[in-house]
Each structure stands twice: as C-alpha cells, then as structure tokens.
Write a protein that binds this ligand. Sequence first.
Ligand code: SF4
Length: 254
Amino acid sequence: MQVIGPKALRLARQAIVACADCPRLRTYCTAVARTKRAAYRDDAYWGRPVPGYGDPAARIFILGLAPAAHGANRTGRVFTGDGRGGSGDFLMGALHRAGLANIPTSQTVDDGLRLRNVFVGAAARCAPPANKPTPEEVAACRRHLAAEIAALPDLRVMVALGKIAWDAWLAFVGEHAPLPRPRPVFGHGAVAHLAAPGARGPERLILVGCFHPSRQNTHTGRVTAAMYEECFGLVTYLAGIDARRSKADVKSHA
Ligand code: SF4
C-alpha cells in the first residue's frame, strides 16, 4: 500500500536528513557548520541535508536550487535565514501577498511561518560550494524529490525557480513518462503542460518557470516583486486556488 500525506512526508524527511549519498556536499556542509560565518558564530548550525517544508495538502510545489551555506544549512528550514532581504524574504513576501503564507519573511525556524497550499523543496538538499551542485548530485537527490511528490497527492502545479530546477523536474518526469518534443524551454512565466488531462503520474503537474529569487537577481532588478506577483497570480489560478479565500484563511493564522 502506498503511504501518502503527513506520515509519508515524515518518512521522506527522515530519509533526507540521514542521506550521505554525495560526499563532496556532505563534507562541505559539515565544514561550513563547524567554521560558521562570524555573524552567526553563536548559532548551532543544522549542517545536514534540508527537507522540504509546507502544507501536506499543497496544490503547489515550489522547487528551488539548493540550501544556502549560511541560510538553510544553518537553520535547517528551506529558504530560511539567508539574511534580511535575501531570497527567503523575497519568496515569502510574494507568497504572503498571494495568500499562500501567513507572514512575509523567513528568517528563523521559530518565526511561526505557515504555508497554505504550498510545499517548498529543492533540487539538491545539501548546500553546494559556490551554490552549484553538479548534475550528478542533482540526479542523486531526485529520489528525495520523488518521495515528497508521492506524499503530496493534491499537487497540481510545479514551480521551478531557475533553469536547474526546471531541468531537474523534466529529468524526473522523464523517468515516468515521455516528455513533449521539443522539450519545454525555461523562462520566467513559461508554462508547460507535460501530459494530457487525466494523467496520474508526476507528469500531470503543470510546470511553471520562475526566475530564482537570489540576491544577484533581486538586487539587480532582473527579478522584481511585480514579476513575482504576476507569476504567483498565474500559479494560484492554474492550481485552482481561490486567492481571496486563501488570503482570508492565511490571515487567520498570522
Ligand atoms: S544532495 Fe541530496 S542525495 Fe546528495 S547527500 Fe544531500 S540529500 Fe543526499
């Protein structure tokens, strides 16, 4: 019998946290956790692989790249703690405006953040040197993505934050079903229907591309709050979420 829902998510989480399949990444993460950044010298770094986080009834899966060395690798929660105005705050700000998060920031694991209709994961669950996992490391981590996807039966939309996440999702879907030809091309706001209606595997999810909310993108104006607002407006529509109701619900958890 296939296990789904919170119990399956717990099992996926345990497998992720215990994973040691990529020696280069494990060595790097534990070294960062030991040496620390001066600003965080009093923090106990997480230093282990970082599982996904969010609503077990999610309709939307947001797929990032990998934990930041002094962000999620420090706090243990995806897109959390990479500094004020970092990618976590930018993403949660957009989710908050879309009625998908109860607060607009993501700095500490005890901040009370609750996601509604959304689950957030990453293509690689260990922080990589220079923020660049190798293709082999992303491929090795697909089994953890598979476990989380299998545990979330209500998913309808996959949001890929950046080309690496987009390609990781296509590679994963390609293990289950033939991919459309030509292969869908990543872009901000790109939408790809990978299967005909009625498909039951991961290919059933509508794929949406979104530029990554890295500081490099948000601080140079390549990615703006308006672009994210538009993108998540589209995503909530594709997921069949009533934005007004979701905003009211999430406010009651603020
Ligand atoms: S990146 Fe993924 S597969 Fe590799 S060690 Fe971390 S959790 Fe395991």
